[in-house]
Write a protein that binds this ligand. Structure first.
Ligand SMILES: [Zn+2]
Length: 284
């Protein structure tokens, strides 16, 4: 079981804060909590986001995530792109040097939080490197946690544009574009190089899955997720992710499993991620 979308450090984005109290704890405590979550959910591999806006010697913001990887077996790091620095040749060289080390499994872009569309020239060098080093580009799409974010940049249609212009690059729509799930499904259906992750569609302490007041919300959302999955007709391009610590992994996994037809569970919860992120050492 692979969780393709978690956080072990605050993303350091404009107006976002630490995401969760857990991420302000010392690294050893975060690691212990995460190991317990993984055990409870039966997850053996987690992909964890880096942070934005780090010093030049940490061009993809993965240094603190990699420290956690030493403490959590199965944790892999995802580097963070910065479209402002995409025009800086020294930065792009430093990014390539980091990719050569083989320590990151994907690149992440924060659409909406950063006011740049995917087609902005500052992202282009990252797409080229991603294709060369066979790493997918994961984009935050949909609703954001920041009042400074601009939603027009976070719509999944922006990724259609670059998916067409960069056919060698593989893209992932994080959060299935929530609330634009059908739009995201269309982008997955139409482009052979676009995947979607199912993370962060419900956030909270897990009481959402038990308390009756959330029942209607879960039912509505469930219909929308089922519809998007069916509409896309691409079961090999959906990925399980939780967005931990924004939601506990085990109950979230159970909720998603109740929506995805069981004949596709092996793909969605393990194989698709293993193939896309080339997690050769992972077991289903
Ligand atoms: Zn996230």
């Amino acid at each position: 079981m692979v969780d393709t979308h978690i956080h072990v450090v605050p993303p350091n984005l404009p107006g976002v804060g630490s995401l969760s109290r857990v991420l302000r704890d010392p690294a050893d405590d975060v690691a212990a909590k995460l190991r317990a979550e993984m055990r409870a959910a039966g997850v053996h591999t987690v992909l964890a986001m880096g942070e934005w806006n780090c010093p030049p010697e940490d061009p993809l913001g993965v240094r603190s995530t990699l420290l956690l990887a030493d403490k959590v077996p199965g944790l892999k790091a995802i580097g963070v792109m910065d479209p402002v620095r995409g025009a800086d040749r020294d930065h792009v060289r430093a990014v390539e040097a980091e990719l050569k080390l083989g320590r990151v499994v994907a690149l992440k872009g924060y659409l909406g939080y950063l006011h740049y569309e995917p087609a902005h020239a500052g992202y282009r060098p990252y797409y080229e490197l991603a294709a060369r080093y066979k790493l997918p580009v994961v984009f935050h799409t949909g609703d954001t946690y920041s009042p400074y974010a601009k939603l027009k940049f976070a719509h999944p249609l922006g990724v259609d544009e670059v998916a067409v212009d960069h056919p060698e690059t593989k893209f992932v729509l994080a959060h299935l574009g929530n609330p634009w799930l059908t739009d995201a499904a269309e982008v997955v259906y139409k482009n052979l190089n676009v995947w979607a992750d199912l993370s962060g569609l419900v956030v909270g302490d897990g009481s959402q899955f038990i308390e009756p007041e959330f029942k209607d919300m879960l039912t509505d959302l469930g219909h929308a997720i089922r519809r998007a999955f069916r509409y896309a007709e691409r079961p090999t391009r959906f990925l399980f992710g939780s967005d931990w610590p924004l939601v506990p992994i085990a109950p979230y996994r159970q909720y998603i499993a109740s929506l995805i037809p069981s004949e596709f569970h092996t793909e969605v919860f393990a194989e698709n991620a293993q193939n896309l992120f080339r997690l050769g050492d992972s077991r289903p």
